[in-house]
Ligand binder design. Structure first.
Ligand code: ASP
Length: 341
């Protein structure tokens, strides 16, 4: 009898936890990587916090007034794209050839419609181009020159590719190239098999993303990135791939990922979290932690994700040193974190 009572109590506690009810909530990330407090200046930390805060506030204004999760994630990601600190939009990293090729995607959990652009070079806000693909074309993904052209036809702001040039990112490319050529000299095996150096270092991360639950119970997710420093021409990561870097379904959750894209694609990360909830009947927390803390490192990858379920439960797991992240709900107070704590 006592045992039965205790079991029921535990089940009830679990149910209450799973049903945490928020009116609305917005979560953002600004990338995961080797982000160490020991390497961060107070000034820079302040700038990151301010950047994440403005993104949260932009989305909050929309959600608070009863706007859609879709509008909120687009608005939040646009703020981060316009901030050179983050590897998306203005602050995009450089390819091996010294170009900036940007990827973005968006998904609406209500209709499960989605849009994405890959390898654009002239669209100021790739997340808005992704949304136009979703709403104004019969496609889900457009890439390269075609996607740039479509964005221009849609009246989106077009910039000269030099808009994406930032000194910091350019220096990061030179540094990685120098390290790689040194490694090539030391390690002939790499040269013989023609393998391309594509390591995972701090300077490669900084992708941005947002997920939200609105007052009507709808979910949405958006992700935007410059990809990874020194990526090869034409390389596309997980961020614009629906199901890998981004996914949203009102029945389960909305997810936006950041990390070493090749691994996120192979794990079909975002959709797998959703599937684990739907078919495995587990919570968002259990699903996200299983993927980010166990399956991702088991395969050799790293990174993190942000996600929200239809009850407003949020998760922000990562297996790197840090992840720029934060959330805001109906209380209107932005909560921001950078390191592991
Ligand atoms: N996932 C992105 C990519 O592989 C990079 C990142 O999140 O930092 O393109």
């Amino acid at each position: 009898m006592k045992y039965l009572f205790l079991t029921m109590l535990c089940l009830l506690a679990a149910a209450v936890q799973a049903q945490q009810k928020r009116d609305f909530v917005l979560v953002v990330h600004g990338g995961a990587g080797t982000i160490l407090k020991s390497k961060m200046t107070t000034e820079r930390e302040k700038q990151y916090n301010a950047g994440l805060k403005s993104a949260l506030e932009a989305g909050y204004t929309i959600l608070e007034q009863g706007g859609s999760a879709l509008d909120a994630v687009e608005a939040a990601v646009k703020v981060l794209e316009d901030n050179a600190l983050f590897n998306a939009g203005r602050g995009a990293v450089f390819t091996n050839e010294g170009r900036n090729e940007l990827d973005a995607s968006v998904m609406d959990g209500k209709s499960r419609s989605a849009g994405a652009v890959a390898g654009v070079t002239t669209v100021k806000n790739p997340v808005s181009a992704a949304r136009r693909v979703m709403e104004k074309s019969s496609h889900v993904m457009m890439s390269g020159a075609g996607a740039d052209r479509f964005a221009a036809e849609q009246g989106l702001e077009i910039v000269d590719p030099s808009y994406f040039f930032t000194e910091d990112r350019y220096r990061a490319l030179q540094k990685i190239k120098a390290e790689d050529s040194l490694k090539t000299e030391l390690d002939h095996a790499d040269k013989k098999d023609g393998s391309f150096h594509f390591k995972n270092t701090d300077s490669k991360f900084g992708t941005v993303g947002a997920v939200a639950l609105d007052k009507n119970g709808s979910l949405a997710a958006a992700t935007s990135t410059g990809g990874m420093t020194n990526k090869r021409y034409g390389r596309v990561g997980d961020s614009p791939i629906i199901g890998a870097g981004t996914y949203a379904d009102n029945a389960t959750c909305a997810v936006s990922c950041t990390g070493w894209g090749e691994y996120f694609i192979r794990l079909v990360m975002a959709k797998t979290v959703s599937d684990m909830m739907e078919f495995g009947k587990i919570t968002l927390k259990e699903a996200a932690e299983e993927m980010i803390l166990r399956r991702l490192p088991a395969l050799g990858g790293d990174g993190g994700l942000i996600a929200v379920d239809s009850h407003g439960n949020i998760v922000m797991p990562f297996n790197t040193e840090g992840m720029y992240r934060g959330y805001i709900d109906e209380k209107g107070k932005p909560e921001i974190k950078i390191y592991k704590d």
